[in-house]
Design a binder for this molecule. Structure first.
Ligand code: SF4
Ligand code: SF4
Length: 204
């Protein structure tokens, strides 16, 4: 019979419509919308009724390895000052396939000698292709890929060249979005420090 598929399709839609209300009643008192638990439930194979995400009020959690625009890491020293991890070595700018990183190196005003920190650091986020090469090749774990994908602006020519201030985020932020990567890197760092200390002690 012609149109049988259409009727079946409408039946599926109607079932989802009714199921949505039944699920809402089942979840009374618990948050089915705008909560991590609710999103997890609607993402599962057990879900019934509406499973669309109410973006932007709700957002799907991204996996740890999700990568968007890079950001620069800084530590806070004992005096509360921001210490960039970046040494302005320039490796990330060299390996960046579309060449969207610009670094201005710092020079000591008295001696004119280079200081291992960037005076400025720019990334054109319209050109960045989110490949993650900069992060992979950085020898100092100073640049990492961010999870923040909400970068829409009204004037991209004026707003989408990020400078050092806009790119810089604390190490604690990195630890919060990539906990297993952070732990692995910190363990490797501690191991390298211990090996270095042991070598030094052996030479004495
Ligand atoms: S982010 Fe890393 S690779 Fe890029 S200049 Fe800084 S230290 Fe070098
Ligand atoms: S993610 Fe890729 S394209 Fe973007 S700045 Fe890093 S190396 Fe360049």
């Amino acid at each position: 019979m012609y149109g049988k598929g259409i009727i079946q399709g409408l039946g599926v839609t109607l079932r989802h419509f009714v199921d949505t209300y039944l699920e809402d009643i089942k979840w009374l008192g618990k948050k089915r919308y705008y909560s991590e638990e609710g999103i997890a439930n609607r993402m599962s194979s057990e879900t019934r009724g509406i499973f669309t995400v109410q973006y932007p009020e709700e957002k799907l959690p991204v996996p740890e390895e999700f990568r968007f625009i890079p950001f620069l890491l800084y530590e806070i020293d004992e005096d509360g000052k921001q210490q960039d991890r970046c040494t302005s070595c320039g490796i990330c700018a060299k390996v960046c396939p579309p060449q969207c990183i610009w670094i201005v190196r710092t020079n000591d005003p008295e001696t004119g000698r280079p200081v291992p920190e960037p005076e400025e650091f720019y990334i054109d986020v319209d050109i960045c292709m989110n490949c993650g090469f900069c992060s992979e090749y950085c020898p100092f774990d100073a640049i990492k890929m961010d999870h923040d994908y909400e970068l829409a602006v009204y004037n991209r020519h004026a707003r989408n060249i990020y400078n050092k201030a806009k790119l810089s985020k604390p190490v604690s932020y990195y630890a919060s979005i990539r906990p297993s990567n952070y732990s692995r890197e910190e363990a490797a760092r501690a191991e390298a420090e211990a090996a270095k200390a042991a070598r030094k002690a052996g030479r004495r």
